[in-house]
Design a binder for this molecule. Structure first.
Ligand code: HEM
Ligand code: HEM
Length: 217
């Protein structure tokens, strides 16, 4: 008899825990809080980083400012790389939400290709940037946020290698910017023209536990 209130409170705690856990993870119908936070944090940093990268090139007449912008650009780039790797691990360990109802097969395929490419670019673009810093004969150390010395990649240094990685980095970064703009446009079109809730599900964490996903009591 005396155990009853205890058992009830245990069950209540389990229910709260399970509800929170379900909000953190994706379900088959919607994104969880972790995927949503990763998406918006990386999206904002990535788009800002393209602007910052452009500015490093546009400020050549002010070497001091240009140097500072380079250091910020490298630091934010390493942060994006770290977040993108964590996000990839998280995405691989959970469910992927199905396309919203009413999406055609070709639209679903296009979205899948765009998402995978953007995901890959959030890793490849910083890696190619890191390759520029690692091949530059100037050998300027990379101090992420003035706190952590990030070692260079094991690549041979030469002006030619630096120029090659610099071109690859710029092409991938600007091409990703164009793809991200098309991706954002598609999300807005779905939300406001089709009214199918595509954009909103990237803001509202999953509350749907889905059949058979609740752990045994
Ligand atoms: C997602 C992350 C990144 C994005 C979106 C990005 C984007 C860009 C862009 C748009 C430019 C200008 C290219 C041009 O107009 O020629 C640039 C330049 C540059 N980035 Fe990044 N970058 C990223 C990460 C990094 C990282 C991690 C590093 C180094 C550790 C880095 C190092 C550089 C350098 C050294 C340049 C100047 C290249 C040159 O001298 O031509 N970037 N970046
Ligand atoms: C303001 C700009 C952006 C908007 C409005 C936007 C919107 C969205 C929406 C609504 C979804 C969910 C689509 C679905 O339900 O299937 C999504 C997914 C996704 N977006 Fe974006 N996005 C933006 C920028 C970006 C950027 C800059 C990147 C990467 C560089 C990115 C990468 C992704 C990825 C990889 C997914 C798949 C789900 C995930 O793994 O998080 N997005 N986006």
């Amino acid at each position: 008899m005396r155990l009853r209130p205890k058992a009830a409170s245990l069950n209540r705690n389990r229910a709260v825990y399970w509800k929170n856990d379900a909000m953190l993870r994706n379900s088959r119908l919607s994104y969880g809080l972790v995927a949503i936070l990763f998406h918006w944090a990386i999206a904002i940093l990535f788009l800002g980083q393209i602007g910052l990268g452009y500015l490093t090139q546009a400020t050549a007449d002010d070497p001091r400012l240009q140097f500072n912008l380079y250091q910020w650009h490298k630091s934010v780039g390493f942060l994006i790389l770290l977040l993108a790797l964590l996000r990839l691990g998280w995405a691989l360990s959970g469910a992927k939400p199905k396309p919203v109802a009413g999406t055609s097969v070709s639209e679903a395929l296009a979205a899948r290709i765009a998402h995978s490419t953007l995901l890959a670019m959030t890793i490849l673009v910083p890696l190619t940037g890191w390759a520029i810093a690692s091949t530059s004969p100037l050998m300027i150390p990379s101090f992420a946020f003035n706190l952590v010395l990030v070692p260079d990649l094991p690549l041979a240094r030469s002006d030619e290698a630096e120029a090659l990685w610099s071109n690859i980095h710029a092409v991938l970064a600007y091409a990703s910017g164009i793809l991200a703009a098309a991706h954002a446009g598609a999300a807005l079109y779905h939300q406001f023209a089709r009214r199918d809730g595509t954009l909103m599900r990237m803001f509202t964490p999953s509350r749907n536990t889905g059949p058979g996903k609740r752990p045994a009591p």
